[in-house]
Design a binder for this molecule. Structure first.
Ligand SMILES: [Zn+2]
Length: 72
């Protein structure tokens, strides 16, 4: 899982940003982090059109940030 690490302060985010939310730095490096601990998981039964009638999403740790994933 690629996360983006601020060169200035080390803050990691899973989405690419133009500006660091912590220090407003503008330079990032890509870091390959393994998906780790499960933070929370839920199954959605009311879903947007063009999506399945139900599916499960989860938030996992990746380095010092968290990542939203769709499980099924
Ligand atoms: Zn920063």
């Amino acid at each position: 899982m690629i996360v983006y690490k601020c060169i200035n302060c080390g803050e990691e985010t899973f989405e690419r940003r133009a500006v660091c939310p912590k220090c407003r730095g503008e330079e990032f490096e890509e870091v390959d982090e393994k998906l780790g601990e499960l933070v929370v998981e839920t199954t959605l039964y009311v879903t947007p059109s063009s999506f399945p009638d139900k599916y499960t999403i989860a938030v996992l740790r990746a380095g010092t940030t968290r990542v939203l994933v769709r499980k099924e």
